[in-house]
Design a protein around this ligand. Structure first.
Ligand code: EPU
Length: 344
C-alpha cells in the first residue's frame, strides 16, 4: 500500500465515524518507511492508532501519521513469558492470541478497541487490570535522535489513563513495539463487580468470555453505534470532597486510591444528573452506560463537543466536579482541551 495519501477521508479511522479530511495521511509499515516519511513530514501532525479514542472536532485535521508495523513474537523467560507486539497490531487480537496460546494475565483487557501502539499512551485498563500491571518495556522511536529507546515500566510513568507518552514525550516520537511479561504462575483477577460471579478456579478463557459478555451488554459496539468508549475520565477527588458528597449521596460508588484520594464513577455522576440516555440532535449519552457518548447520525464532531460541554456543565452544577475528557480531541491545528468555564 502507498504510504502517503493526500486529502484523505478519515471516516473509517475513527470509531465516532466522523468524516474528517486530513491534508496528508502517512501509514509506514516499517522503520525504514517511517524514516523516509519523517524526512519531509512537517508539523503539526498527529499520531493516530485505530482512532478509537480520538474525536475529530472539525471537518479537517492535522496531517496524520498512523504507524502500521505488524508482528507478534514470544520468548520464554523462565518463570514468565515475554510477548512483544508491533504497534499496528490490534489490541484484542493480541489478547485472543495470548488466551489461545495459554499465556495468561491480560484476559481482563479483552475487547478494548484500538491498536497495541496506543495502549501504553493512555495505560488502558478494565475490570481490575491495567496495562501497567503487565508491561515489561516499550520501544519508542525518538524523532530528534532518529533512534529507538527502550523504556522500562517505571520510565513509562504510568498512572490512571496516563503515561509519559501523553506528557513529556508527547509529539517527540512514537511507540513501535510493546512487550508484556506474563507470569507462568497465574491467578484469575476476579475482583471487579460482575467477574466475582465466576468460580474462584475460573480459567483464563472463562474470564476472557465473561469480560466480553459484560462489555457487550454495557458498551455500545462502535461498528453499530459509533462511540469512543468512556468519553470522560473517572474524577479523582480529595478525601474531604468525598466525605462531603458521601453525606448527601450515601450510595455513591467510590474507590479508595493508594495516595489517599478517592476515585468517583463519572458514569454515576452523569446518570444522577439525569442524562443517561439523553439525546440532542444526532448525538447522545448512551442508554446502557452514561460515560459513553454516542453518534447516532451526525457528520460533525462539534455536536459531540457541545454535548460533552453540556454534560460537564450539568455535573458541575450538581456535584461541583468538572469531568475531564478521556478521549483525545483533535482539531485542524492539533490537540485541544475542554477547560472549565471561568478557570484559567
Ligand atoms: N454507573 C452508573 N451509571 C452509569 C454507568 C456507571 O451508575 O451509567 C456506576 C456503576 O453502577 C458502577 C460505577 O458507576 O457502580 C462504575 O461503572 P463501570 O463498572 O461500568 O465502570 P466505569 O468506571 O464507568 C471504567 C472504565 C472503562 C472500563 C470499566 C470497567 C474509565 C474512564 N472507564 O468505566 O473503560 O471498561 O471501568 O473496568 O476509567 C474506556 O476507557 O473507554 C472504558 C470503557
Amino acid at each position: 500500500m502507498n504510504t502517503m495519501q493526500q486529502e484523505y477521508d478519515l471516516s473509517r479511522h475513527n470509531s465516532f465515524a466522523f468524516p474528517a479530511i486530513c491534508p496528508a495521511f502517512y501509514q509506514p509499515h516499517s522503520l525504514s518507511e517511517l524514516e523516509d516519511i519523517l524526512e519531509h513530514l512537517t508539523s503539526p501532525f498527529y499520531i493516530l492508532g485505530a482512532g478509537s479514542n480520538t474525536l475529530f472536532t472539525e471537518a479537517t485535521t492535522t496531517a496524520i501519521l498512523q504507524p502500521d508495523f505488524q508482528g507478534i513474537t514470544v520468548k520464554d523467560a523462565g518463570d514468565s513469558i515475554l510477548i512483544s507486539a508491533q504497534c499496528g497490531e490490534n489490541w484484542h487480537t493480541l489478547v485472543s492470541f495470548c488466551v489461545e496460546n495459554n499465556y495468561y494475565g491480560i484476559e481482563n483487557l479483552a475487547l478494548i478497541p484500538g491498536s497495541v501502539g496506543a495502549a501504553p499512551v493512555q495505560n488502558i485498563g478494565a475490570y481490575g487490570t491495567e496495562l501497567a500491571d503487565v508491561i515489561d518495556h516499550v520501544l519508542w522511536y525518538e524523532f530528534a535522535s532518529k533512534t529507538i529507546k527502550k523504556l522500562n515500566r517505571s520510565a513509562c510513568k504510568f498512572a490512571y489513563r496516563d503515561s509519559i507518552f501523553k506528557n513529556q514525550l508527547a509529539g517527540k516520537g512514537l511507540i513501535v513495539e510493546v512487550t508484556i511479561r506474563l507470569a507462568k504462575l497465574w491467578q484469575a483477577n476476579l475482583t471487579y463487580r460482575g467477574l466475582d460471579e465466576l468460580p474462584s478456579d475460573a480459567t483464563a478463557k472463562e474470564v476472557f468470555n465473561k469480560v466480553i459478555a459484560i462489555r457487550q451488554a454495557k458498551l455500545p459496539d462502535p461498528e453499530i453505534l459509533p462511540n469512543a468508549g468512556s468519553f470522560f475520565k473517572n474524577p479523582v477527588v480529595d478525601k474531604q470532597t468525598f466525605e462531603t458528597l458521601k453525606v448527601k449521596y450515601p450510595n455513591m460508588p467510590a474507590y479508595m486510591q493508594d495516595n489517599g484520594k478517592v476515585k468517583l464513577a463519572a458514569g454515576w455522576l452523569i446518570e444522577q444528573s439525569g442524562l443517561k440516555g439523553y439525546s440532542t440532535g444526532e448525538v447522545g449519552v448512551a442508554e446502557t452506560q452514561a460515560l459513553v457518548l454516542v453518534n447516532y447520525a451526525s457528520k460533525n464532531g462539534q455536536d459531540i463537543i457541545h454535548l460533552a460541554q453540556y454534560v460537564q456543565s450539568q455535573v458541575l452544577a450538581k456535584f461541583d466536579i468538572f469531568l475531564q475528557p478521556e478521549v483525545r480531541l483533535l482539531s485542524s491545528k492539533g490537540l485541544i482541551e475542554l477547560t472549565q468555564p471561568n478557570q484559567a
